[in-house]
Design a protein around this ligand. Structure first.
Ligand SMILES: C[S@@+](CC[C@H](N)C(=O)[O-])C[C@H]1O[C@@H](n2cnc3c(N)ncnc32)[C@H](O)[C@@H]1O
Length: 471
């Protein structure tokens, strides 16, 4: 069905696209493609699905299934992400050496599409700080990060200006800026109602403020990846040209395959890359990459006299460190009753992050420890770093997995008494505690499936349900 577009938006797009304008409006009347990005730390790439061409792990699905009813979605085996935004992969691969240990900030991180993508692309020796300014959204981001299961990510809930205290800290800065959302008109018709020329101006000003707020935390030689999901030049090319007037930057050109049909732009010498729905199979998107060529050197971080991150005792460490595949890569810290693994190589930098920012999640939450009693936490069940033989595992079928995720009672007959990792198709979902004649379901209340499962559990519906890898 054709969408009703604001007339000033239509006029501008007509000028911008010329003869392509009719194809553009026709594309807005089509259904949005559905795409997923697979977590290769947890699952194999599916066969038989068309690939999103600018990433190695993205796939289109023929229709939009109920992801809620696929346990592998809850297990973080894939992320449902709009295809154009997966172009971040090209920006990163073509501008930095991904073999190196990098400190990366994803400034506008929620709900976590780009952060989970970054977590997969960066080397395990890297550190990702994934930030979200809105508190409730930071919680959703932390949930998605835990489900993805990489241990080298810290989730923060800060205003961009708070990063000024981390001068020269990051090698890469990703700013997926809040924008007027013109590229989402097809997927989210509310975006049309909220659109106005005044809002475009407001967004553009806010984006400039955000860029200035975080500029100092990027190292000289570091890379800024800037993106929006909107078409107007004020929020895109003009902001980059403005940045080049304020700061020492050089534009980075990306190599494109002609078959991708990405539109290249240049404004005052700055390269930009645009995705239009009539040319690429995805929503509207803009991305540009620049390198910082001036500015202050990286800060030197010394050990704090009064550390924020307190090491766990020897006894506590002994209880949990063999749960991890590579215990020596992790420092075990304790805050209140929680034992957490943080990447050992980044402890000095993490001390700064914890001191200066509001951290809502970090590393791998391992366990709650009271005296010698340890209770494994949900993030550990989902971690890619959990040692395969640390806990007994119970592989369950689709119906049992869904009931477990619904927080119903399940029976794990084969399992011995004690903590059991409940898994589906080899992917950990959460903890059950088997007692003599029952199993306590420790799946977190806040993450549970809320919809009724009555229909989904009918055998004919289970057989039809989308499950990654069963296509
Ligand atoms: C385009 S969305 C980010 C999407 C995310 N990068 C992903 O791939 O899932 C922009 C984010 O910026 C946040 N935001 C809103 N105002 C902001 C501000 N003034 N500074 C920084 N971030 C802001 C929004 O809450 C939103 O989560």
């Amino acid at each position: 069905m054709p969408v009703q577009l604001p007339s000033s938006f239509q006029n501008r797009m007509q000028t911008q696209l010329g003869a392509d304008f009719a194809a553009f409006t026709a594309a807005l009347g089509q259904a949005s493609p559905t795409s997923i990005r697979v977590n290769t730390g947890k699952a194999d790439l599916p066969s038989g699905l068309p690939e999103v061409p600018w990433t190695q792990t993205g796939f289109y699905l023929p229709t939009r299934p109920s992801f809620t009813l696929d346990p592998l979605f809850h297990g973080g085996a894939y992320y449902v992400q709009e295809a154009s935004s997966m172009f971040l992969e090209q920006a990163l691969r073509q501008s930095v050496d991904l073999e190196e240990p990098l400190a990366v900030l994803d400034l506008c991180g929620a709900p976590g599409g780009k952060s989970t993508h970054l977590a997969s692309l960066l080397s395990p020796e890297s550190l990702l700080v994934s930030n979200e300014v809105i508190r409730a959204r930071a919680g959703i981001l932390a949930e998605n990060i835990q489900k993805w299961g990489s241990g080298n990510v810290v989730v923060t809930n800060n205003d961009p200006s708070h990063f000024q205290s981390l001068t020269g800290f990051f090698d890469v800065l990703v700013v997926d800026a809040p924008c007027s959302g013109e590229g989402m008109f097809r997927k989210d018709p509310d975006a049309i109602q909220e659109w106005s020329e005044a809002n475009v101006k407001l967004c553009s000003e806010r984006q400039r403020r955000i860029l200035m707020d975080v500029w100092d935390c990027l190292k000289p030689g570091g890379v800024l990846i800037y993106s929006t999901c909107t078409y107007n030049a004020e929020e895109n090319e003009e902001n980059l040209a403005w940045l080049a007037q304020q700061q020492d930057v050089e534009t980075i050109a990306l190599e494109l395959q002609p078959s991708w049909q990405v539109t290249q732009t240049q404004e005052q010498g700055m390269h930009g890359y645009r995705f239009y729905p009539h040319k690429t199979q995805g929503e509207g998107f803009f991305l540009a990459v620049v390198r910082k060529t001036g500015g202050d050197e990286a800060g030197k971080y010394r050990k704090s006299k009064r550390p924020y991150l307190v090491s766990a005792s020897k006894q506590e460490k002994a209880l949990v460190q063999n749960w991890l595949k590579e215990p020596k890569d992790w420092e075990i810290v304790k805050h209140q009753d929680t034992l957490r693994a943080l990447p050992a190589a980044w402890m000095l930098e993490l001390e700064q992050v914890y001191e200066k920012l509001r951290v809502v999640y970090g590393g791998i939450e391992l366990a709650e420890a009271v005296k010698n009693n340890v209770k494994p936490l949900p993030a550990l069940a989902l971690s890619q770093h959990l040692a395969p033989d640390a806990f007994p595992r119970a592989e369950v079928d689709l119906a049992t997995a869904l009931k477990f995720l619904h927080r119903e009672d399940v029976s794990l007959e084969e399992a011995a008494n004690g903590w059991v990792l409940v898994q589906f198709n080899g992917v950990g979902l959460g903890w059950g505690k088997k007692l003599q004649n029952r199993v306590n379901n420790h799946y977190p209340k806040e993450w549970r499936i809320r919809m009724s499962l009555d229909e989904a559990l009918q055998p004919e519906n289970l057989a039809k349900q989308f499950v990654l890898g069963r296509v």
